[in-house]
Design a protein around this ligand. Sequence first.
Ligand SMILES: Nc1ncnc2c1ncn2[C@@H]1O[C@H](COP(=O)(O)OP(=O)(O)OP(=O)(O)O)[C@@H](O)[C@H]1O
Ligand SMILES: [Mg+2]
Length: 250
Amino acid sequence: MPELVPPLPSSATLVAQNIAKSFASGRLTTPVLSNLSVSIDAGELTLISGPSGCGKSTLLSILSGLQTPDAGHVMALSESLQTMDSHRREAFRLHHTGFVFQGFNLFPALTAREQVRLPLQYLDLSSQEIDRRTDESLEEVGIAHRHHLRPAELSGGEKQRVAIARALAKLPALLFADEPTSALDAASGQVIIDLLHRIARAHGTTVLCVSHDPRLISHADRVLTMEDGRILNDSRQLTPHRPQDRRASC
Ligand SMILES: Nc1ncnc2c1ncn2[C@@H]1O[C@H](COP(=O)(O)OP(=O)(O)OP(=O)(O)O)[C@@H](O)[C@H]1O
Ligand SMILES: [Mg+2]
């Protein structure tokens, strides 16, 4: 009998049900996530916080289809990630997801503009559309005037804005960020989190961000607090800090 796939709550674009994940090392198996269920809504910035090693990055990578859970389901944009074969999952990730990492993951030899253009070349887009999206994304993150510079010539905050522009240019429905501000000073970190918040609002993107920086909590719409592979607290902020109505600058 086929497994029943749970219905999506109305605004949720990402639903995890009863996720479990363990890692084996020799004869020892360590459970990392146990029976974890969560729904993430579109148009919001959801923050996952919690102590080091509690399973935040593992959860993010399962929700994004990068890793598969040992048990449970992930429904992303009404599709079950578990029923896709690896090619289909790769295509899903290419078309619908964007990633922002702590270490920026930029190519040292490419200019900011080339970094943003690169993934767009794997989508079925005309060169005019690639140029348009590249320019708009660089503009949206406030870095268009630095488009000709390579990572070594950019500050940490600027590098992260290029990485966000690269993700944004794909117009992903789902945007994942793993500790996007940990390599940055407080002011640059705040600019980045404001930017992620604004992207969620302006594009209706589902933005899921892992961070254990307590300064960022007031900037999120919703905070999931994890401990030992479980979600201990799920708090929605009624009046989250509003990003200032200006282009990012630092
Ligand atoms: N590929 C792997 N193989 C073995 N163990 C792993 C693997 N990935 C993660 N783990 C273990 O799973 C646990 C959770 O790791 P995870 O990276 O999800 O934690 P985290 O909450 O993101 O921590 P941090 O805040 O330090 O980034 C850790 O004990 C880690 O050592
Ligand atoms: Mg982590």
